[in-house]
Ligand binder design. Structure first.
Ligand SMILES: [Zn+2]
Length: 168
């Protein structure tokens, strides 16, 4: 074989060797003067010059990960809406049964009850809209997300307290 002639396999292994050397260099550069624990065995990899853990032998690599999406505020905003919708939906079902049983009941239902029931589709639409626009919601500043979640809770809490204590 000619000394300069490489087979496809040799070229491939040379290329992958170069790649793994590049990975090793990046890992070594990252670990230079930095305390990082091996994800497998918790060995401190500080100043490691290779891309393998000296303790457990696992091959190491570097990755860029997305920050964990923060769904907390989104859930916190939607939960009171769905809870209100659920409870008032049951109440609406009960009212519908009463009206079916005796149509005159319609006349006895106070106006503000209709107003509260009207909020059910409004809340459902609003929750659906927020879910549809969730990426936009998640892109909002942390303070804005917290403010929206707080407003949702405060509004529904006020509505619930009004329903329970002021109306009767
Ligand atoms: Zn290890």
């Amino acid at each position: 074989m000619q000394p300069h002639a490489h087979t496809a396999g040799e070229q491939k292994s040379t290329a992958s060797g170069a790649r793994s050397r590049a990975v090793a260099d990046r890992v070594a550069a990252f670990l230079h003067d930095r305390d990082v624990l091996c994800p497998a065995c918790r060995y401190n990899l500080r100043n490691l010059a290779t891309a393998a853990c000296p303790e457990c032998g696992r091959i190491l690599s570097l990755h860029v990960n997305l920050d964990t999406p923060r769904f907390g505020a989104l859930l916190a905003t939607v939960v009171p809406m769905l809870a209100y919708t659920g409870v008032m939906g049951l109440a609406a079902g009960g009212l519908a049964l009463a009206i079916l049983h005796d149509p005159r009941t319609v006349m006895e239902v106070p106006g503000h009850i209709w107003l509260l029931l009207l909020l059910v589709p409004v809340d459902t639409l609003l929750a659906g809209l927020i879910y549809r626009q969730r990426l936009g919601f998640l892109a909002l500043h942390r303070g804005a997300r917290a403010a929206i979640a707080l407003a949702s809770w405060a509004g529904h809490l006020a509505l619930t307290l009004w329903t329970l204590f002021v109306i009767p």
